[in-house]
Design a protein around this ligand. Structure first.
Ligand code: HXC
Length: 258
């Protein structure tokens, strides 16, 4: 049997997904993206999982979409198959938080995959970029849309038009990543962060994710209204009672995720 392209592990309430095509620097092909999508959906449906972490190897989170697999595509084939939507959109449908733990290269589709996650944690070795321009194409999985939202227009234009790479420190200054850690601490840090998130009440975590994402898709007034409705609805959960009772009683809460 050929080795899995995505290694799947449970770490307590955290689902860990490791991209596993190290010889090709985790270049993202259809088979890998299918496996990743299936594993994400399985964790999303698993009541014992509260958050997920996607990581790669020491050298590369992912060096982009597989250039060999797409180099002979014609326009009509790309258009008619709606190239990449089949398995790249899955991550957007995941409702529990997903953390990208990035070491080494996160380029092109690899950077876009990391940006589709809810939080990016980077090793000091991380290098981000959208080098598609050097191949005569442009980013195709959100690079021109999510990067400007994350780092602003000036830096996004700089990266997308020159194809240059940005190191972890620059990515943190620019707001793309939430934390930079030593390479040998990356996975521990990401799993610890995911464990903290997974210890919270799952309905409130899922609604918090949905509400923050709404900030990028809706005008402020609509986003505020959306937030308020979700906020109200959480008073229908047992965990809201438990969280507030525990605070008043000066004891830790014991959430049951309902
Ligand atoms: C296919 C890739 C690959 C890729 C690396 N490899 N990136 N294969 N697609 N995106 C393969 C190499 O061919 C090589 O295979 C092996 O991985 C190791 O790579 P090297 O180049 O030998 O390593 P190194 O010299 O360390 O250089 C690392 C690198 C370079 C700077 C990351 O590999 C690179 O520039 N890669 C391409 C980055 C890129 O352009 N990404 C954007 C792709 S377009 P062999 O068999 O020779 O050992 C894209 C569009 C997204 O992502 C559209 C929406 C999905």
């Amino acid at each position: 049997m050929s080795e899995a392209l995505v290694l799947v592990e449970n770490r307590g309430r955290v689902g860990l997904l490791t991209l596993n095509r190290p010889k090709a620097l985790n270049a993202l092909n259809d088979a890998l993206m299918d496996e990743l999508g299936a594993a994400l959906l399985a964790f999303d449906a698993d009541p014992d999982i509260g958050a997920m972490v996607i990581t790669g190897s020491e050298k590369a989170f992912a060096a982009g979409a597989d250039i060999g697999a797409m180099k002979d595509l014609t326009y009509v084939e790309a258009y008619a198959s709606d190239f990449i939507t089949r398995n790249w959109e899955t991550l957007r449908r995941i409702r529990k938080p997903v953390i990208a733990a990035v070491a080494g290269y996160a380029l092109g589709g690899g950077c876009e995959l990391a940006m589709m996650c809810d939080i990016l944690v980077a090793a000091e070795t991380a290098r981000f970029g959208q080098p598609e321009i050097k191949l005569g194409i442009i980013p195709g999985a959100g690079g021109t849309q999510r990067l400007p939202r994350a780092v602003g227009k000036a830096k996004a234009m700089d990266l997308v038009l020159t194809g240059r790479l940005m190191d972890a420190a620059e990515a943190e200054r620019a707001g793309l990543v939430s934390r930079v850690v030593a390479a040998d601490k990356l996975l521990d840090e990401a799993i610890e962060m995911a464990t903290v998130i997974a210890s919270m009440s799952l309905p409130s975590v899922m609604m918090a994710k949905e509400a923050v994402n709404r900030a990028f898709e809706a005008p402020l007034a609509e986003g505020m209204q959306f937030e308020r409705r979700l906020f109200h609805s959480l008073f229908g959960t047992q965990d809201q009672r438990e969280g507030m009772d525990a605070f008043i009683a000066k004891r830790p809460p014991s959430f049951r995720h309902k």
